[in-house]
Design a protein around this ligand. Sequence first.
Ligand code: NAP
Length: 485
Amino acid sequence: MKSFKQFINGKWVASDSHKTFPSLNPASGKPIARFQAGTKNDINKAVRAATLALPKWKATPAPKRGEILLEIASLLKKHKQRLGKLVTEEMGKVLTEGLGDVQEAIDVFEYMAGEGRRLFGHTTPSELPNKACFTVRQPLGVVGLITPWNFPTAIPAWKIAPALICGNTIVFKPSSDTPLCALEVVKLLIEAGLPKGVVNVVTGSGSEVGTPLVKHPKVAGISFTGSKATGEFITANAGLKKVGLELGGKNAIIVLDDADLDSAVEGILFGAFGTTGQRCTATSRVIVHRKVKSLLETKLLRRVKKLRLGNGLKSSVDVGPLINQKAVEKTHKYTQIGKKEHAKLLCGGEIIKGKGFFYSPTLFTNVKPSMKIAQEEIFGPSLSIITAKDFTDAITICNNIEYGLSSAIYTNNVNLAMKAVEVLETGIVYVNSSTIGAEVHLPFGGTKNTGHTREAGIEGIFEFSNTKTVYIDYSGTLQKAQGVK
Ligand code: NAP
């Protein structure tokens, strides 16, 4: 079986652990390839390389850095079909979504390439005469990027592109479930002409590789996407570094009694069972007005039962596998909890026997807002229907949750839609659309225990840069602010 090395200081090198680990195809459970089980020592080498590369890279004019990003986008386009297929093979999502994953990476490199000609600061008048005041953007320094497996090309791109355009150098630790997708993206970064040491990749587990990166004193910032538990660990161990956290979600679609129910069903299906429910923005709760609950439930159940499970490379398949056996067990644990809590299981709730990590699309109804299945992130194909008395009740149920990533409302009442936009406590709100579907030129992130970071769009630039404030006094005398004589 093919064994991959890690990329440090412009070279593909083996880890000094002399150990490797496999990445599995979740549709078959079979290994795809083996990867270096990195160590603290590998992280030290990678941070040293990134530190040495920093002065030259940050002195490179941002538009020149932008040219390399544009070249990366163009290479990603050239390899889109191959990479999209690889995303499906290594992560499991259906091919059209695998291709979407890569398209998102292309979009973000194109967008951030343009930022090379902006990186705006602002100018403002001084309170004193003959004095200029403005701000400029500066890189943080060496940044550590730690990513999950559910968007194995897009999430790394969301971090790598803004980090590079701002002039940072990178140590990247991808998820051990999808290292191949990460390394294939890195190969294209190298082909596009990134100087040695600017991007370094160390593969391996969170505890052996992620933790030393988080704790390393020469790392100025950590950008992390993953679970709340790891986010809490990073917060406690990163010291005074700048830390970006994109954590879990428990997203809901509200359906009011005037909504177009067929359109709502489409949005719910895509939100709950797209990517097999493994999106941070996945719909895991439907909060429906009591007057249309029964009708919506019937329409939804009919469609959920028809979803076809299988290998995402087959065009006939709607729902792919879960990422690994642990995810299957976690989803099933929540099915058991739901039953114990006396929610009504309408369909699914079964581990599919045989090859791969498959779980049947699961629909619960008569779910109470306080039940565990309505409160905790499952991250699998499991959806709960909750009944609301009215608009106000629906909003209260939607907000009464520890997370705050995405929410959606289906209604044709513009007044209620606008009110929902105002009062929903999530970082992203959709009207008459699903909870998923972010576009890279808009900020993305949450509130509460989802973390408060914003990535993508212009806010992705803020995430990976510091603001420097500049005062230039051209009066020829010492002028003092605040009226001090
Ligand atoms: P995870 O278990 O937290 O892992 C994420 C990354 O952190 C992996 O690379 C992991 O390494 C690493 N890691 C684990 N322990 C670590 C430690 N002690 N120190 C440093 N790094 C460590 O999350 P996941 O299961 O991969 O991803 C699913 C979660 O991500 C869900 O909660 C989902 O909601 C969230 N997510 C959020 C967003 C968002 O934008 N808000 C987007 C996507 C996913 P290994 O796994 O290789 O050991």
